[in-house]
Ligand binder design. Structure first.
Ligand code: HEM
Length: 164
């Protein structure tokens, strides 16, 4: 146990707290609160897009730092393919990396749905009611997938920590 290891784990944990805590806060606090404040789906979408863009300013750096510190934590195992493939710790590490890749894809699609041009179409009311609803449904499902994957990654982290 060295100070350097502790600092890396600390940065990994703070970034995980920002990433998971922040997205849960948006889903469990901001989103239901917003529903009590306006009945207009367009207004809600517009506000949530703003919240999302703001959150991305810390969420994306957190995710990048998680991956960087995660790779740092794992380099000794990457040099040892035998360990990765034949120990349960190695197997869980591979599963964790696969889940993180899936998470990045789900999040990238989630964010890409709400491109600037799409946002402008919502603001200028160029989209029909059904188009807005369909868009909203896609955004929500991808957000939920991202959340489930994030919490699953935490479970694998707990298994790794317990020396599974
Ligand atoms: C969304 C992304 C991620 C989240 C939320 C996350 C979360 C966590 C958490 C909470 C821990 C527990 C800290 C500890 O007790 O050691 C941990 C440990 C760890 N993480 Fe991550 N992590 C993420 C990405 C990654 C990636 C991409 C890698 C590898 C490339 C990685 C590799 C590790 C390793 C090796 C440990 C140490 C486990 C042990 O205690 O043996 N993590 N992670």
């Amino acid at each position: 146990m060295t100070m350097e290891q502790a600092v890396i784990t600390w940065i990994h944990l703070v970034s995980a707290a920002i990433w998971v805590g922040g997205s849960l806060f948006i889903g469990a606090v901001i989103s239901p609160l917003l529903k009590t404040m306006t009945t207009s789906v367009e207004e809600r979408l517009q506000f949530m897009i703003k919240v999302g863009r703001r959150f991305n300013k810390i969420a994306i750096p957190s995710l990048i730092i998680l991956i960087g510190t995660g790779i740092y934590n794992s380099v000794s195992f990457f040099n040892n393919p035998d360990f990765l493939l034949s120990s349960s710790y190695g197997n869980f590490l591979i599963i964790k990396i696969i889940l993180v890749v899936a998470l990045i894809i789900a999040y990238a699609v989630h964010v890409r749905i709400i491109r600037k041009d799409v946002e402008e179409k919502i603001i200028s009311k160029q989209l029909s009611e059904t188009q807005v609803q369909r868009l909203r449904k896609k955004i929500i499902i991808l957000g939920e997938i991202t959340m489930v994957l994030s919490v699953a990654v935490l479970f694998i982290a707990a298994l790794l920590d317990a020396g599974a």
